[in-house]
Design a protein around this ligand. Structure first.
Ligand code: ADP
Ligand code: MG
Length: 330
């Protein structure tokens, strides 16, 4: 049973970055305004995510890491949106089967918090009272300690760390009202340092730098367009001043960080045809669609690292429309 659980957990949490993604999404779900990540050895030694969200109540601590236990199902109106959010109530449990998880949390109005460690889907001991500031801190230590083959394939810690930095950069510009930081354990300087802001352009500048920020063009679909009943899109794209060797496409569909290769290709084609320099663009786009229009591929082995592949049921209409919006702005 424990081997089966471990194998299943290893599918949900494929790499350190998948653990970071799940932890940060939980922090966002808890309405945090500040999320800070510390990583040691590419995440294999330590991943620590601290937030200032609503915390976890004492009663919930014993079942927190049981599989398929979630406090969130009531917030999803229909099965489709449950499906599009991927696994429910599996992330934390999975981490306890392939790593050592310690949770420190305090809820509103409490004088002290609690700390508890988990292994294999259960608490290792009763929650201990402890001092705590607002919110939750989750530490995952020794990830894949019991999966020797997996650890071997993850020897390049710089590679895993850069995937984590990339993930948090993307989150930081989409969730601009939330402050994000990410640093290596013991490092004075953060590699992602995004303060909360109400300006998307500011968020992009603080994460991706001046050369991107200087060249941003706002794009959006208009409300009186007939296709706006099918979808809405808004975002920023780079202009001809921006020079890069490869495309950066930060795409959120229905607030989920996803990858959509056909859309990415379609935008590259517009740039290649419109701008004389064969420069690759920076694209940030947030697309809102009725949930039944999105097919999110959440099969664990196909969950490409941290980003989920998506296909759009109305793909041609949507891509055509986005292409024409981009073209009209270049
Ligand atoms: P899910 O997010 O699908 O519910 P998880 O395994 O990711 O499942 O988390 C299990 C539960 O733990 C969540 O439903 C939530 O109640 C609680 N939780 C996890 N992380 C946090 C956090 N940072 N702040 C508040 N609650 C959290
Ligand atoms: Mg979760």
């Amino acid at each position: 049973e424990s081997v089966v659980n471990r194998i299943a957990a290893g599918e949900v949490i494929q790499r350190p970055v998948s653990a970071v993604k799940e932890l940060v999404e939980n922090s966002l779900d808890a309405h945090s305004t500040s999320i800070n990540v510390i990583v040691k050895d590419g995440g294999l030694k330590l991943i620590q995510v601290s937030d200032d969200g609503h915390g976890i109540s004492y009663e919930d601590l014993p079942i927190l890491c049981e599989r398929h236990t979630t406090s969130k199902l009531s917030t999803f109106e229909d099965l489709q949106s449950i499906k599009s959010m991927g696994f429910r109530g599996e992330a934390l449990a999975s981490m306890t089967y392939v790593g050592h998880v310690t949770v420190t949390t305090i809820t509103k109005g409490q004088l002290h918090g609690y700390r508890v460690s988990y292994r294999d889907g259960a608490m290792e001991h009763e929650p201990k009272a402890c001092a705590a500031v607002k919110g939750t801190q989750i530490m995952v230590e020794n990830l894949f300690y019991n999966m020797i083959a997996r650890r071997k394939t993850l020897q390049n810690s710089a590679d895993d760390y850069s995937k984590i930095v990339d993930l948090l950069s993307r989150f930081a510009i989409h969730h601009m009202h939330v402050g994000f930081s990410c640093r290596k354990h013991g490092a004075a300087r953060a590699d992602v340092h995004a303060v909360a802001t109400s300006s998307r352009a500011d968020a992009i500048r603080s994460v991706y730098g001046m050369s991107v920020a200087r060249s941003l063009i706002k794009v959006e679909t208009s409300d009186n367009d007939p296709s706006s009943s099918v979808f809405k899109m808004d975002g920023f794209i780079s202009d001809s001043n921006y020079v890069a060797k490869k495309i950066t496409m930060v795409l959120f569909i229905n607030d989920r960080l996803v990858e959509c290769t056909p859309l990415k290709r379609a935008i590259e084609i517009v740039y290649a045809a419109t701008l004389p320099k064969a420069s690759k663009p920076f694209i940030y786009m947030s697309v809102i669609l009725p949930p039944e229009q999105v097919d999110v591929n959440v099969h664990p082995t196909k969950r490409e690292l941290c980003r989920i592949k998506v296909s759009l049921l109305n793909q041609e209409v949507i891509i055509d429309k986005i292409q024409s919006v981009v073209e009209s702005k270049l």
